[in-house]
Design a protein around this ligand. Structure first.
Ligand code: ATP
Ligand code: MG
Length: 663
């Protein structure tokens, strides 16, 4: 078997072979980036099929994303002896797809999974119905609900009461009503797949026994990012003997979604007879890249020391460059990409641009949109201007230019605290009967209480004035004045204790101020926005081929590798994100976590993100940072400063930008 693998270029090392052979679990493979964890899982599966003659339907392979599942299946199919039929019969997929299969099997009619939009709408309706004293952002309540479910604090309508102590009564009533509505209407949301699966397993012991018999071999990739609910599901399904999990605690980056790195660390306590395997050779990246990765992650205090070794091949050193502004940074990255491709050494599809948050990449994204370089992002990615945070601001501007713009009016009503469902019809009627614009029609909403009508009148006057401002002033006016302040509407105390969310929203608004700066008038800016959105539509069709450059967040790049990786925006405040570092803005993320506790945890998670980013590179790694960011001087990410300082043996080549300044 191992000889056959060698023939297709996979020459496994000793511990890798040991891991493949250790078919009678429990097995824990805890190893660094690029050391072959996923490769081992693939080979182990082939070994089970071909050498141990395990029927494919008895093998379960759980991956973190659908993309990873697909890749795993493709790789499996290249191993001689593994047939497509085998691959098809295996149970391969994400936690959610596995949960869905198990859960739905016991139902006559499968429930419908609600979309984000439907969920938000339902929450909005319920909030209105209950006339809660506090107004909650639907997104915030939904994030809270997901958190509760991911941590098994809310299963089948039962709350773990002590844990959610401090949750405001109003919020709880909304969530209870929401859950009841879903139950009555045979609807579920995404997180319910896992909790529903667990409930099913608990309620049907015979079914569980049958499943356990069937799932003779269970393997889980990226185990460091499992959450409590997923852990419980696997714990129930797996028998002692047959579980094999692989992961790297240094790459745990989904804490914000409830992932618990301690789950992988506790594995040996729970399965005391488990085989523990460490892989310590990085096969993916050149020495300089591995060295930088080691130097970065070494500074995390809460971790188990492990050093990755490298093969003495490849000389590529990470290359760092700085640019004067975000604009210049994007230009330099584009030039670099063109240079790499025109050298003939790489295709566009060999290159990935990674970044911490989508708004960091806005400038580059728009330049790419308007260029002819083929590229892919997530298929349904909205442009920056279509984000739910940004759209209403643009609608204010649009309406100010054109008071007859009906869609724009609909977009701003919630920000004026006016119900669309209740008043939109009436506004249309008023506009027609009185022969006035939609904007003017707001003045005649007689059903509103007097004080609100008075305020609305002022708002109409105000809104008419902003068309004349320069676009930056216009954005600032909307932020401070619209409906008593758009910032306030987005993330005030209405949002309860969840400041984390609020900070991310504000991030988008700062970026919007950057976006409007190059334009002289509101009209020019809006015309540009329309071009970008239209261009996205045409480019989307082109990018379906998947042959272009990849543009994605670090989170999405987990587990993947590219010949060339370009890390964008490596500055303090972006990576680490300001959420994790701003001492005045202590993210009191969840109600039962104490202030500050999250900060150190969050910093280490940010550092792990940096580690994940740099370790994606197979041949070349470029790191770039602007010297100015959103109108303020920016400094290099402290994670890199620490690492650069220590790596005195010229791990990094410095490149200066056109200003000739060395960093
Ligand atoms: P990550 O931590 O990023 O998920 P990983 O530990 O899962 O990484 P893999 O993706 O399995 O690592 O492997 C990284 C690269 O190293 C792949 O390109 C893989 O083909 C290659 N590789 C792994 N093991 C070997 C080996 N024994 N010989 C040659 N190449 C190998
Ligand atoms: Mg992997």
């Amino acid at each position: 078997f191992f000889r056959a693998l060698e023939r297709i270029g996979i020459r496994l090392n000793e511990p890798q072979i040991q891991a493949v052979r250790a078919v009678d679990g429990p097995v824990l493979i805890n190893a660094g980036a690029g050391s072959g964890k996923t490769t081992v899982l693939t080979c182990r599966t082939a070994y089970l099929l071909l050498v141990k003659r395990v029927p494919p339907q008895n093998i379960v392979l759980v991956t973190f994303t659908r993309h990873a599942a697909r890749q795993m299946k493709e790789r499996l199919a290249t191993i001689p002896g593994v047939t497509l039929a085998m691959v098809k019969q295996m149970i391969t997929g994400t936690f959610h797809s596995l949960a869905r299969t198990i859960y739905f099997h016991k139902l006559d009619v499968p429930p419908r999974i609600m979309s984000e939009k439907q969920k938000e709408f339902l929450i909005e309706q319920i909030t209105k119905e209950l006339a809660t004293g506090e107004q909650y952002e639907p997104e915030t309540l939904l994030a809270l609900l997901a958190y509760l479910k991911n941590n098994l604090l809310l299963v089948g309508g039962t709350w773990a009461v002590e844990e959610v102590e401090g949750l405001k009564d109003d919020a709880r009533r909304v969530l209870e009503r929401y859950e009841a509505y879903k139950r009555d209407n045979h609807l579920i949301d995404y997180e319910d797949l896992i909790t529903g699966c667990i409930e099913t397993l608990r309620a049907h012991p015979n079914y569980l026994t049958a499943l356990r018999r069937r799932m003779a071999y269970i393997m889980v990739d990226e185990y460091q990012d499992t959450n409590i609910a997923q852990y419980e599901m696997i714990r129930m399904l797996a028998k002692q003997s047959n579980l094999c999990v692989v992961g790297d605690p240094d790459q745990a980056i989904y804490g914000f979604r409830g992932a618990e790195p301690s789950i992988i660390l506790r594995f040996p306590d729970e399965y005391s007879d488990c085989t523990r395997i460490t892989l310590d050779i990085n096969y993916r990246s050149p020495a300089g890249v591995v060295g930088l990765g080691n130097e970065i992650i070494r500074h995390n205090r809460r971790r188990f020391e492990k050093q990755l070794k490298v093969l003495p091949t490849g000389t590529g050193l990470p290359i760092y460059f700085a640019a004067r502004s975000v604009e210049k940074e994007a230009e330099q990255v584009l030039m670099l990409i063109e240079k790499l491709v025109s050298s003939g050494e790489y295709e566009y599809s060999d290159i990935a641009v990674l970044y911490r948050t989508n708004s960091t990449a806005r400038t580059l994204y728009e330049k790419l949109l308007l260029s002819n370089i083929p590229f892919t992002t997530y298929r349904d990615d909205p442009t920056f201007y279509e984000l739910s945070t940004i759209r209403p601001v643009l609608d204010f501007m649009r309406l100010s230019l054109d008071p007859y713009n009906e869609t724009a009016l609909e977009g701003i009503l919630p920000c004026l605290y006016i119900s669309k469902a209740r008043y939109m019809k009436e506004i249309q009627v008023i506009a027609i009967q009185r022969g006035v614009s939609y904007l003017e029609a707001l003045r005649y909403l007689e059903a509103l209480p007097l004080f609100q009508r008075r305020r609305l009148n002022e708002q109409v006057d105000w809104l008419k004035s902003i068309a004349k401002l320069n676009p930056l002033q216009a954005v600032r006016e909307v932020r401070s004045e619209a409906g008593g302040g758009y910032d306030k509407f987005l993330g005030s105390e209405q949002n309860g204790a969840i400041t984390y969310h609020k900070e991310l929203l504000r991030d988008d608004l700062y970026e919007l101020e950057e976006a409007v700066k190059p334009f002289a008038t509101v009209a020019d800016f809006l015309a540009y926005v329309d071009t970008v959105i239209a261009r996205k539509e045409t480019r989307r069709q082109q990018s379906e081929s998947g042959l272009g450059l990849t543009l994605q967040t670090i989170h999405a790049a987990k587990g993947l590798e590219y010949p060339v990786v370009i890390l964008l925006g490596a500055i303090d405040g972006v990576l680490p994100h300001s959420i994790a570092v701003d001492p005045d803005e202590k993210p009191d993320f969840w109600l039962h976590k104490k202030n500050g506790e999250r900060t150190e945890e969050a910093m280490e998670e940010e550092r792990r993100l940096m580690y994940v980013a740099v370790t994606r590179a197979k041949r070349e790694l470029y790191i770039s940072s602007p010297r100015y960011f959103r109108g303020k001087p920016a400094t290099l990410s402290p994670f890199l400063l620490e690492a650069f300082r220590a790596a005195s043996k010229a791990v990094v080549t410095y490149v200066t930008d056109e200003g000739g300044n060395k960093q």
